[in-house]
Design a protein around this ligand. Structure first.
Ligand code: ATP
Ligand code: MG
Length: 399
């Protein structure tokens, strides 16, 4: 075991093609998001440069912090680092110490002078370090495909040594694209849709339609648990719960069963977009996937979407169920999604929903419903919850 301990984390910003003001916004938002996610670690201190964020650990656990950073969108990669004086022997000795804890057979040294006034060019640094490792260990050099890429960064204040790059989550920092209202059910698809939207940099709010007493408290808790699984990507998520029972009962009283789903979806959209407008959202997102069920044929989507007043984003439109499930497993929502508690749609599902709704029939049924009143009442009675990651409990035992 090496006696060295990592004291820093060097974060590299993503999407380097962004320039100028955009880049400044991008970077500022990214840093805010990183700090927000790392709030449970109060000892950390931060120093930002044009292309890097240096986090000083001050004794906090590098592994736990790495786990958090892996989920921050917009971060292209990061590395645990040791900071040493800008001296070739000191650098080589430090690499020698650190390599004791690494596994593999081959390495490559990648030195970079961010400060060009440093007296040795990168090639000299590379050779100096490699020579020491080759002389004193069994590691071999492989420049094409090394097991270990050792990074030496020469900055004006010091040399930073990193044993590998940990890939970040990619995408754009949450918050740079404006706000989107996600239609969040208890199913598999919609939490995955939310995750993909956040990856593109939108701030998410969620709206959920519940039909008590036909849907249980457990069903609602399930939705909150799903939202909580999205908090590694966005620290706080608002979930708005719409009472939907009256509307569903009214539809069943006045319309043919085969049109219930179409009519219900149109209501969800009307309520969703009106409320989204109130919440200053720019679009609605949902978990629809083309052809997956009767309400998601292109014919159905068209007849449901004719009432839309804002963009409807469907990040899963072309995904197979298997692909969606893979993502649900990756973000750890799958096990919650498959819990059996019914949500509003599963209870009211008719035996033969139409896959090709006729607009004239839709109009005929909707004429019998007091749409404005039903929508207004539903919106009036929305209940909002603020979902955060489980607070990390402070250890107060020393008091
Ligand atoms: P599943 O994984 O079972 O397909 P789902 O959530 O995708 O679950 P669908 O019936 O396919 O269920 O619904 C399509 C989309 O409509 C959902 O992805 C979601 O965005 C939205 N939706 C459905 N039911 C609700 C609900 N009760 N509240 C909010 N949005 C809903
Ligand atoms: Mg679905």
């Amino acid at each position: 075991m090496s006696i060295m301990h990592y004291e820093y984390i060097v974060c590299r910003y993503g999407e380097l093609s962004t320039k100028g003001k955009n880049r400044r916004n991008f970077t500022a938002q990214l840093i805010r998001n990183i700090k927000e996610q790392l709030k449970p670690y109060p000892e950390l201190t931060y120093q930002a440069t044009y292309d890097r964020l240096y986090i000083t650990l001050n004794g906090e656990d590098p592994e736990a912090i790495s786990d958090k950073l892996k989920n921050v969108f917009g971060l292209s990669s990061f590395s645990l680092a040791v900071k040493v004086e800008r001296d070739l022997d000191v650098i080589a000795n430090t690499v020698y110490e650190l390599i004791q804890d690494e596994e593999g057979e081959t390495f490559k040294v990648l030195a970079r002078r961010h400060d060009k006034t440093f007296e040795h060019i990168s090639d000299v640094i590379n050779r100096h370090v490699a020579t020491k490792i080759l002389q004193e260990t069994d590691w071999k050099v492989n420049v094409k495909q090394p097991d270990l890429g050792i990074i030496v960064e020469i900055r004006s204040d010091a040399a930073y040594i990193m044993m590998k790059k940990i890939p970040g989550a990619g995408g754009y920092p949450v918050g740079i694209q404006g706000r989107v209202m996600l239609m969040l059910s208890g199913g598999i698809d919609s939490p995955v849709a939310g995750y993909l939207m956040m990856k593109r940099g939108v701030t998410l709010e969620a709206i959920h339609f519940a039909s008590p007493p036909y849907t249980s408290d457990q069903a609602q808790k399930k939705v909150m648990d799903l939202a909580r699984k999205l908090t590694p990507f966005q620290a706080t998520i608002r979930v708005h719960v719409v009472p939907f029972t009256d509307i569903q009962l009214e539809i069943y009283k006045k319309a043919s069963e085969s049109y219930a789903i179409t009519l219900m979806r149109r209501f969800m959209l009307r309520i969703g977009q009106e409320f989204a407008e109130q919440r200053h959202c720019l679009a609605i997102a949902n978990g629809e996937s083309l052809g997956q069920v009767a309400s998601q044929t292109l014919h159905s989507m068209k007849e449901i979407t004719t009432i839309s007043t804002m963009p409807i984003l469907r990040p899963l439109l072309t995904y197979d169920k298997i692909e969606i499930i893979d993502l649900a497993r990756k973000i750890d929502t799958y096990d919650i999604s498959i819990l059996p508690f019914e949500d509003c749609c599963t209870i009211f599902t008719p035996t033969k929903p139409t896959t090709k709704p006729n607009p004239k029939k839709i109009a005929f049924y909707e004429d019998k419903l007091d749409i404005d009143d039903l929508v207004a009442k539903a919106i009036e009675n929305i209940e909002t919850f603020e979902i955060r990651a489980e607070e990390v409990k402070e250890d107060l035992s020393f008091l």
